[in-house]
Design a protein. Structure first.
Length: 456
């Protein structure tokens, strides 16, 4: 018999199985939904309903699978042969049984998952491919989410062949936008454990999946819910950044789309700024002209955001009252300063011929430094004299000193100069005597790099 006849017979057999299954699906669904509706009309008896009809749900799932594959018989040995010889088909029918009930039930899916487990060890590649192929055409996302988490759990810790890992990665990219965030996070965490995940091709594929999930480079509305979503999904990309897969695309996305909508009242926004700072450490040096323009735009937006967060300051800080730095979001500014410094140092050649750009932007930063020094001296006076001292003021004083160190270091190493190798921000810890600490801080704060300020 020719291979064409075998393929035709196999195709007809598959169609017959699915046709028989479809013919009896509606009746089985009506029976199960009738029981569910009856229980929902009597909430007080819901627990009794579950105990009473759980075996029916289990029997329904098993019976449909057995009957669909074995022509109405429940011969276990015959079913076993079908499972081993045609794993892709068993996955398709199992998932369709799960999709048959509009009211998705864990009682129904449990035996189906056990059915997949029975073939997963024998033919992992074909089984996984069959599951993901059916997900692409299903209309019930709850089942897809459950099966993704199920596969990740069952395959966790197993030694999978490289071809199986490639199939999982390729098929995951096809369904990543159809599953919810919880299933997607579990899937990426599972894939990150592959040895295959260390290759540049895999890293690029995973980063592309995350970008599609977050609609990068789109421009979605940045609501509170999206900020939470961004702070949970974006960190998945960090392990996949490398010199061959830099973070430019993600950094540019956060800077261009998120910074204009930054709200210091939202706790998640500070987490996103911290994530932005971490991603900037993997920012590659822009060599192409497009990358240089993108980097310059990113630095301009960072400086604009810093300026917006700094309260309006007078030109003379010795005026009575000065600026109200109590409204200054110091933690947010610290993250923005570090992000700006990191990107600027990596892209230093971009600004060699554009000194005027920095000169025009640093005037407010000079005022900020003076204001921080003034505020720190005031806190020093209050604490030294023991007037209205509380933990909040001590904490604010420490945060101010950290930001002064940060701004001072930034002025010492502006992006247009060669940064000192290995230079890091050093935050002083208070010694035993607070008075000694304030004397030392006053000396440090009083030092201003005149060579740079005079240039302004």
């Amino acid at each position: 018999m020719s291979s064409g006849d075998n393929g035709s017979r196999e195709s007809r057999s598959t169609r017959n199985i699915v046709a028989v299954f479809e013919e009896n699906r509606d009746q089985a669904t009506r029976i199960s939904e009738k029981k569910v509706a009856s229980a929902e009309n009597r909430p007080a008896k819901k627990a009794n309903f579950i105990r009473k009809y759980a075996p029916d749900y289990l029997a329904f799932g098993k019976k449909r699978c057995y009957w669909a594959f074995c022509g109405g018989t429940t011969n276990t040995s015959l079913l076993h042969k079908k499972l081993v010889s045609r794993p892709q088909l068993i996955c398709a029918v199992i998932l369709r049984v799960a999709y048959a009930s509009k009211r998705f039930s864990i009682f129904l899916i449990s035996p189906l998952m056990r059915g997949i487990t029975s073939v997963l060890k024998r033919s992992p590649a074909m089984t996984i491919e069959g599951v993901f192929d059916d997900m692409k055409t299903s209309s019930i996302n709850d089942a897809s989410n459950a099966f993704v988490l199920f596969l990740c759990k069952k395959l966790q810790g197993l030694s999978l062949e490289v071809d199986v890992q490639e199939i999982i990665l390729r098929k995951s990219a096809e369904v990543c936008t159809r599953i919810n965030d919880g299933a997607f996070i579990g899937l990426i965490q599972f894939v990150s454990g592959f040895k295959f995940a260390q290759t540049p091709a895999c890293k690029q594929s995973v980063l592309k999946m995350i970008a599609e999930k977050l609609d990068i480079p789109g421009n979605p509305p940045f609501t509170t819910g999206y900020s939470c979503r961004l702070s949970t999904i974006m960190p998945l990309a960090k392990p996949f950044f490398s010199p061959s897969t830099p973070s430019q695309q993600y950094v540019a996305y956060v800077i261009e789309s998120f910074l204009p909508e930054l709200n210091v009242e939202r706790p998640k926004d500070l987490e996103i700024l911290t994530l932005l700072r971490d991603m900037s450490e993997q920012y590659g040096e822009p060599k192409e002209e497009i990358a240089k323009r993108q980097t310059e735009s990113a630095l301009q937006r960072l400086l604009a955001c810093i300026e917006n967060l700094i309260p309006a300051v007078p030109s003379e800080w010795n005026q009575k009252g000065g600026a109200d730095l109590t409204r200054c979001p110091l933690a947010h500014l610290r993250e923005l300063f570090e992000t700006f410094t990191t990107i600027a140092q990596k892209a230093r050649p971009t600004f060699v011929d554009n000194e005027e750009f920095l000169q025009s932007k640093l005037q407010k930063l000079r005022y900020l430094k003076q204001g921080l020094e003034s505020e720190s001296r005031e806190l020093e006076r209050l604490v030294c004299h023991g007037k209205n001292v509380n933990q909040e003021k001590r904490t604010k004083k420490r945060l101010l000193s950290q930001l002064v160190n940060l701004v001072d270091l930034w002025f010492r190493n502006p992006p247009s100069f060669e940064p000192s190798r290995g230079s890091q921000i050093v935050v002083d810890e208070a010694p035993v005597s607070d008075h000694d600490y304030f004397v030392r801080r006053s000396f440090l704060i009083s030092y201003i790099p005149n060579y740079f300020i005079d240039a302004l």
